[in-house]
Design a protein around this ligand. Sequence first.
Ligand SMILES: [Fe+2]
Ligand SMILES: [Fe+2]
Length: 167
Amino acid sequence: MKSSKVEAAINQQINEELASAHTYLAMAGVADRLGLPGFCNWFKMQYREELAHADKFFNFLLERDGEVQLAAIPKPEVKNPTPLGLFEDALAHEQHVSECIFKLKDLARAESDHATDVFLEWFITEQVEEEANTRAVIDQLRMVEGNKNGLFLIDRELAGRQPESGE
Ligand SMILES: [Fe+2]
Ligand SMILES: [Fe+2]
């Protein structure tokens, strides 16, 4: 790859995406234990998307003649095992990932790596969408606060989330 700094940062981002997948899979498990199969489905779809993101970075690195260097994935922690807590933590996590992508874009620009710069545009759009989707569920959960019927309906809605086409 043209810049070893960008190469290292993309490897780091592969780890971020895999760690995200790991976290969402842990959240899916917690959701099911809470008796919320729809939430479980939503987090499993999220898990699959994160794996697809890691794969996208992996393939890009190879395409640019870079070297893949995988690192250990940290043990996921589910700090707030409640319906709202899971989604608030998911949003905070997505905001963190967005920051990582912005920093990566800044680095690509500083290194005049135009190919990476353009490649990252897709991820910026994707992060906007992911944050918005997560925030939308938080809004719904706050609206029904403590109302079991409302929670039941949200769970049913989340059960309908399907894998993205092109995944
Ligand atoms: Fe991601
Ligand atoms: Fe994400």
